[in-house]
Every structure is written in structure tokens, then in C-alpha cells.
Design a protein around this ligand. Structure first.
Ligand code: ATP
Ligand code: MG
Length: 540
């Protein structure tokens, strides 16, 4: 049992258990299969699956498939895959709202028979208009008082495909003067002729979310129906429906705040728009915080779960700094990634005092504290690469524009001192001539990473930065106007040859960050992408 009460939902469940209200705690995660899962969904998955784990209950994965035009089998497959990737076990029987289509139809007829639902022929536009506003009451539809038998007949004909889409719908008969707009005769069923991923052409009428969700929760004996805050108002309708169809089990709905991450989008509709406009390649673009995109970029399930654990559950709306998520990612990658040398902006150093054929082997640890990762051989020879940025430590220009030469230490090796800068006739630096010293006696000099030409292979690296220039793209109406056009940069450099035979996929480039290996083309070029830098730069 839970030792520490973690948050308000855990408190409620613990109380319910103390009062012996339920034999078993049952939660659910109800995605609509109209897109891939994103980091926001993970918060909900984590809450629902973790409650089931902690209270020895069950969490149902239920596909909320009541909207056939946008729902696809490929989304169902990807959602299952992503939840398993996160490390949660799915029940043998995956649930689908469509499993209950017959039951919904029966309950809808029950409401009609009890004078609590009617078939409306108003256009969608008029239904909206007649519903009123927060200031103005709604107006009754002229079809509201149709007699019960006519309603039953029309509803049957709707099911049999006599009418066109939007020609009619079934509405609950509640109260057009309710101060809660949701209670002003909400639509329960509408006509749709698209093929459904599971029931195909069997149905042409589909229950609305509000009608379907509470009944599915009741059928599955969900004890705590946990959803995001925007459903707070729907709770009235949720309870109205359950009370009026009279069920055996009344689940209770509790709401928590959505997860928003700075500079990231968690709206399937907007992501779809970006894909259609070809701004990103697809749902698994590494610049997205979809689980498939994060997986492609190099996020690990544990880092995402640890992040969610840190969030807690509350009703406070906020935007979480993306750097918090990155902190969890770094922590895990630090532990699990072998180190290698990678040079992203290479400049060649020629060691003038080293013979052309000289090769010096050095054994270095693959990981500073994880001994299991073993050691590897580094080679030193006449020509090496260092990062252009590090040349600042090798020389600088003083006020009189005179070059001041310096020494730097090559990690694991020795010291180089600048001798000469070799330029072409356009004054572009071609390479640097240096002298190499093995002595260890110098202290307090900069240590840099390096790579021998003989030990290097070419690499092409993708660097992703924020996809949006606005901190909360979820709130942005014109999503295309805030797209960062420079969110992908590609650079060419060199990486240690040992990468070719490594069993690992993710590496730490010493002093730089974490990189993921995507492809090796013809043993000649290594394709990588940067996952995250070593330190928080407070940039994206
Ligand atoms: P989207 O706006 O991306 O389409 P949605 O809520 O319509 O999201 P669903 O497939 O219906 O997508 O979501 C399944 C579950 O995940 C719901 O219970 C929903 O409340 C929850 N969820 C969606 N987005 C978030 C989020 N940002 N933070 C926490 N939970 C979320
Ligand atoms: Mg939804």
C-alpha cells in the first residue's frame, strides 16, 4: 500500500480504499487514435498506469474511437507500441469504445423513450446559435417537442442510413436555460459515413465523446476517471447521462492540469497541420515531442518517466521549462553512454616534430565510472583534428594585432604548442603547425579533445533546435507564423573509428554532448544526430 500520500488524487483513492468503497481500483487511459502520442499524453499514461500499479489495480487502455474520419489503424498500432516502450504493461484485452456501440444505441433509445432525447433537424450552425452564450440563454429547437414515437422512428432511420450527414442528430433534452452551456441540449449522436477502422461500414451514426465516455467508464467499472481540466464542465453532463440511463456502476471523474512544455507543441491537430505543410517530415520528426520523435532523437523511456514522476499531479496550469526534461535525459545518458572523441568543427594540426609513420597507442576508459564499459585504444599520430573553437586557447591576437602563442593539453596525451598558422592566398587558415611535448609538468593549462586523422571517420551530424519561436505554441492561433526556420542544421566533422564496431547507439562526445548513431554508409560516413548538450546552456 502507499506509504506517502503523493497528491490529491492519491489522497482520494486512499480514502476510498479505507472506506472499502471499491474491491479493485480501475483507471483508464483513453486516447483517440487520430495521431501519435506526445509528451502530454505521457503525463496521463503515467498517472493512470502508476495508480493501477501502486494500488494493485488495473489500468485499461481504451481507444476512444467514435470519430471515424480521422482515426486510423496505424495510430492504434503506434499508441500500443509507445505505451509498451515506456515500460507499461497492457492488459490482454485492449478496449475500444466501439466495442460498446450496440449498448450506446440501446441507451440512446432509452433516453428517447423517457422523453430525455430528441431528433433535431436544425443545421449545425443553427444549433450553435440557438445554444446561446454565457450571457444569453439558449432557445429551444422547433423539433424539441417531437413525440416519442416519431423520435424513435427517425433515430432508427438515422441508423439505417436514410439521411445525409448533418441532416439530423440526436440531442439530449435537458435545459436550454441552464447556466452551463454544456447542459443546453447537447448532441448525443451524429451521422457519419466514413469507414470506421474497426466496425467498418456497420454504423453510420456515432455517439459523441460526452455520451460515449461516461458509459464506457461505467461498463468497464472504472473507479476513478482521471482527465484533464478542460473536461471539468463536462462532468455535469457525465453525471446527468449516467443518472438518466441508470447504470450499476457510477465512476467518478477527477481532473488535473495538462502538461505544457516550453517551445513545444502538444496538440495533435496542430502537429498534423505542420506535417501537411511539410514543415516537418512526419509524426516522428525529432523536433517534435511525440514519443516516436523523442525516441528517434535519443530520449530514453526512463528519462521521460523520471521527468513525469517529478511533475506530480495538481490543478495548476503551467508551462514546464524544457530544460527540466533535458536534465533527466542527461542524468540517464551520462550513466549509460560510452565516451568517444568527436570533432564537429575540425581544424587540422600537424605536429612538426612527429615522424609521418609514428603511431602511439593509448588505452582509455570508455566511461569514467562505469567499469563494465571497458577500455579502448586511442591512436596518436602526426596529424590530428581539434575543434576550431579550441584554437582560441592555442593563440590569440593582442592589442597590437600580434599573435600570442599558447599551449594546450590534448586529453589523455600531452601538450601541443603553436608554431605556425598556415593560410592560403585568400588568408584562410588551412591548418596549424604545432610542436608536441609528452611532458606532464605543465599545470593549469586547458585540456581539449582531439582526434588523430588515422583514427577518424567522417560524420554528418544533424543538430535540432526549437521548432517554434514562441514559448507556448499550444496557445498560438497562427502556428505557421511562429515556426523557427532554422530548427535543423547539418554539420560535417570527424568521429573516432571505434564507433564502427561499437555495440552502443548513443555516445557522449567528450566535452560536447550526447549523440545518437543513425546510420553508417559504406563504412565511410557515420550519420549522427545530437541529442542534448553536456551542460545546460539555458538555450533551447
Ligand atoms: P490533443 O489535443 O493532442 O489532440 P487530446 O486530449 O485530444 O489531445 P486524446 O487522445 O483524447 O488527445 O488524449 C488522451 C488522454 O490524454 C486524455 O485523457 C487527455 O486528457 C490526455 N492528455 C492529452 N494531452 C495532455 C497533456 N498535454 N497533458 C496531460 N494529459 C493530456
Ligand atoms: Mg481528446
Amino acid at each position: 500500500m502507499i506509504k506517502k500520500i503523493k497528491n490529491f488524487i492519491y489522497k482520494i483513492i486512499s480514502e476510498d480504499i479505507k472506506k472499502k468503497k471499491y474491491k479493485k481500483i480501475i483507471t483508464r487511459f483513453p486516447p483517440e487514435p487520430n495521431g501519435y502520442l506526445h509528451i502530454g499524453h505521457v503525463k496521463s499514461i503515467y498517472i493512470n498506469f502508476k495508480i493501477a500499479q501502486d494500488f494493485k489495480g488495473i489500468c485499461n487502455l481504451r481507444f476512444d474511437d467514435t470519430n471515424p474520419e480521422n482515426e486510423k489503424k496505424k495510430y492504434i498500432k503506434s499508441i500500443k507500441k509507445d505505451i509498451k516502450w515506456l515500460g507499461f504493461k497492457l492488459n490482454k484485452k485492449i478496449k475500444y469504445t466501439s466495442d460498446y456501440f450496440d449498448i450506446y444505441y440501446k441507451y440512446a433509445k432509452k433516453l428517447i423513450k423517457n422523453g430525455l432525447a430528441y431528433v433535431d433537424e436544425l443545421s449545425i450552425k443553427k444549433i450553435k446559435k440557438y445554444r446561446g452564450t454565457l450571457i444569453n440563454y439558449g432557445i429551444n429547437s422547433p423539433f424539441r417537442n417531437r413525440n416519442i414515437n416519431d423520435n424513435l422512428l427517425l433515430f432508427k432511420k438515422m441508423k439505417q442510413g436514410y439521411f445525409k450527414e448533418k441532416q439530423m442528430c440526436l440531442r439530449a433534452k435537458i435545459n436550454m436555460k441552464s447556466k452551463h452551456i454544456i447542459m443546453r441540449d447537447p448532441i448525443l449522436y451524429r451521422i457519419k459515413y466514413s469507414s470506421h477502422p474497426k466496425t467498418k461500414k456497420k454504423w453510420c451514426i456515432y455517439p459523441m465523446y460526452d455520451f460515449a465516455h461516461c458509459i464506457a467508464d461505467s461498463i468497464e467499472k472504472i473507479t476513478h476517471s482521471i482527465c484533464t481540466l478542460e473536461f471539468q464542465n463536462n462532468k455535469k453532463l457525465y453525471n446527468w447521462i449516467l443518472n438518466n440511463i441508470q447504470v450499476n456502476h457510477y465512476p467518478k471523474q477527477y481532473e488535473f492540469s495538462k502538461l505544457n512544455i516550453s517551445y513545444n507543441l502538444t496538440s495533435k491537430r496542430k502537429i498534423n497541420k505542420l506535417i501537411k505543410k511539410k514543415i516537418i517530415k512526419g509524426w516522428n520528426d525529432p523536433r517534435l515531442m511525440t514519443l516516436s520523435g523523442m525516441r528517434k532523437k535519443g530520449y530514453t523511456p526512463k528519462s521521460i518517466i523520471n521527468f513525469c514522476k517529478s511533475l506530480g499531479i495538481s490543478k495548476q496550469e503551467s508551462i514546464i521549462d524544457v530544460n527540466i526534461l533535458k536534465k533527466y535525459l542527461r542524468n540517464e545518458l551520462n550513466y549509460n553512454s560510452p565516451r568517444i572523441m568527436g570533432i564537429i568543427n575540425p581544424i587540422k594540426i600537424v605536429c612538426v616534430n612527429i615522424n609521418k609513420n609514428y603511431i602511439y597507442n593509448i588505452k582509455v576508459k570508455n566511461h569514467p565510472f562505469n567499469k563494465k564499459m571497458g577500455k579502448r585504444k586511442l591512436i596518436f599520430s602526426k596529424e590530428i583534428y581539434i575543434d576550431k573553437k579550441d584554437t582560441k586557447k592555442l593563440y590569440f591576437l593582442n592589442k597590437k594585432n600580434k599573435i600570442i602563442k599558447n599551449k594546450i593539453r590534448l586529453k589523455y596525451l600531452g601538450i601541443i604548442k603553436l608554431k605556425k598558422i598556415i593560410k592560403n592566398n585568400k588568408n584562410k587558415i588551412l591548418y596549424l603547425k604545432c610542436k608536441f611535448y609528452k611532458e606532464e609538468k605543465y599545470k593549469n593549462i586547458n585540456i581539449i579533445h582531439w582526434l588523430s586523422k588515422k583514427n577518424s571517420i567522417k560524420t554528418k551530424i544533424k543538430f535540432y533546435s526549437k521548432l517554434f519561436n514562441s514559448i507556448n505554441p499550444n496557445k498560438e492561433k497562427k502556428i505557421l507564423s511562429i515556426v523557427n526556420k532554422k530548427s535543423l542544421k547539418i554539420k560535417e566533422g570527424y568521429v573516432e573509428k571505434s564507433i564502427l564496431n561499437s555495440k552502443y547507439k548513443i555516445f557522449q562526445f567528450e566535452r560536447i554532448g550526447y549523440f545518437k548513431l543513425n546510420k553508417i554508409s559504406f563504412k565511410k560516413k557515420v550519420h549522427l544526430n545530437k541529442i542534448v548538450s553536456l551542460k545546460n546552456t539555458n538555450k533551447y
